[in-house]
Write a protein that binds this ligand. Structure first.
Ligand SMILES: CC(=O)SCCNC(=O)CCNC(=O)[C@H](O)C(C)(C)COP(=O)(O)OP(=O)(O)OC[C@H]1O[C@@H](n2cnc3c(N)ncnc32)[C@H](O)[C@@H]1OP(=O)(O)O
Length: 388
């Protein structure tokens, strides 16, 4: 255990018309430092996660963190990007810098403002995170890519419409209690299961309620080496981190198996010296409900092709044997690309410090996070444990 989360900040996610990328960054940077009880002078390095696709006219954004305080001037600051896993890429980069002993305290910020971009353009920008020679013409943006994956899964393992609707309903139900969530409405299984004007098919077997949201928002973390962290108010340690990057073309992989996700989980659990069943909860990348279903299998909760059992038996409910996405996930909380991975870590740290309010799981000891870029291309797992 070499690095710990010692402070965090999180804006509500949603359509934040009064904010800009800059104001979001400044807000969470300042709030995270306050939460950790330190000032900008105590930060050795800054890492910013912001998607590379062009939602924002300002694309050179690392130094925007310095707008929070002149005291940041001349500190190293870098923007990192790895598609929808950009937030975790930033978090893991901070840990590597600390492990290399080039910094004791790193400020990590994740940000995105997507809702100012018109709908069809959003789909095209997101598609840049797919393999363009193969998927460039996919209708429906990334929903089209996951619609294909869902169709292939249904062909191999049978129609999963009930399970997908149960995942959607679970995550929407959880989101009701999350003050940061974009949609705080209990849509219910019947609404999510049934095609309607309000819930049309978007791509393949995926309906609107199978898709994550288009969102604005930001989150930040202060990460410190363990020695520094133990002198602070709270310390949530990284018991393990793993990053497994896969091929970009889906045709080079068995796309219904998310092998990179499985590899990242295997490495992280091994490094942590634990079994999946030792985790108290998981925040996983439900960009589409089919992704959460396949991730149940990739993390080892069920054998391949049987992910539906986990949701049908209630294992992944907030009071189940492994709560998955107690925050409401990307489905209800929202998915501002560059902020998502940072948000997953912030909310997991809140859970472990028992500061998660209405979404608190019972008696948490260890939390797992899976954040994914593209169709299981960039795969990041973190295992967190509170040590102070
Ligand atoms: C690896 C990865 O992470 S890839 C993931 C990258 N992210 C994405 O691809 C985003 C996917 N989501 C989307 O593109 C959009 O949310 C869509 C296409 C599913 C829906 O967008 P639109 O059809 O334009 O919906 P629109 O914004 O007009 O909203 C219409 C209604 O649906 C609701 N709505 C919109 N999106 C969703 C959603 N994903 N889930 C549930 N309800 C939704 C709105 O709140 C609104 O409700 P109201 O009529 O009660 O006010």
């Amino acid at each position: 255990m070499t690095a710990c989360i010692v402070g965090w900040a999180h804006t509500p996610f949603g359509k934040l018309d009064a904010e800009t990328v800059e104001s979001l960054i400044v807000r969470v940077a300042s709030e995270a430092l306050d939460h950790a009880g330190i000032g900008p002078e105590d930060v050795d390095e800054v890492v910013l996660g912001h998607f590379n696709g062009g939602f924002s006219p300002q694309d050179f954004t690392a130094s925007l963190v310095f707008q929070a305080s002149d005291k940041f001037r001349f500190k190293p600051a870098t923007r990192v990007e790895n598609a929808c896993a950009t937030g975790s890429a930033a978090v893991h980069q901070a840990i590597k810098t600390i492990e290399a002993k080039r910094a004791r305290t790193v400020l990590v910020v994740g940000v995105e403002q997507m809702t100012r971009t018109p709908g069809p353009e959003i789909g095209n920008i997101l598609l840049k995170a797919s393999y363009l020679p193969e998927d460039g013409g996919t209708p429906g943006g990334f929903a089209g890519v996951f619609g294909k994956i869902a169709g292939l899964y249904f062909q191999r393992h049978g129609d999963q419409s009930d399970a997908l609707a149960m995942i959607a309903a679970k995550n929407h139900r959880n989101g009701v209690d999350n003050p940061y969530a974009q949609m705080r409405k209990d849509l219910g299984f019947e609404f999510c299961r049934t095609e309607s004007d309000k819930n049309p098919y978007v791509a393949g077997p995926l309906k609107r309620t199978d898709c994550s949201l288009v969102s604005d928002g930001a989150a930040a973390l202060v990460i410190a080496d363990t020695e520094t962290a133990l002198r602070m108010k709270r310390a949530v340690a990284f018991r393990a981190t793993a990053h497994a990057q896969d091929f970009l073309p889906m045709s080079k992989r068995d796309i219904v198996r998310f092998e990179g996700c499985a590899e990242a989980w295997r490495r992280a659990l091994d490094q942590a010296g634990i079994q999946l069943s030792d985790l108290s909860f998981v925040e996983t990348h439900d960009c589409f409900t089919i992704a959460e279903l396949i991730e149940y299998e990739a993390m080892g909760l069920t054998p391949p092709g049987q992910g539906a059992v986990a949701v049908k038996e209630g294992w992944t409910n907030r009071d189940g044997k492994l709560p998955v996405n107690p925050s409401g996930g990307l489905k209800a909380k929202g998915h501002p690309i560059g902020a998502t991975g940072v948000s997953m870590h912030a909310l997991s740290a809140m859970q472990l410090c028992e500061e998660a309010g209405g979404i608190q799981v019972r008696n948490p000891k260890l939390g797992g996070i899976f954040n994914m870029g593209g169709a299981a291309v960039a795969n990041y797992v973190s295992v967190l444990e509170r040590i102070k």
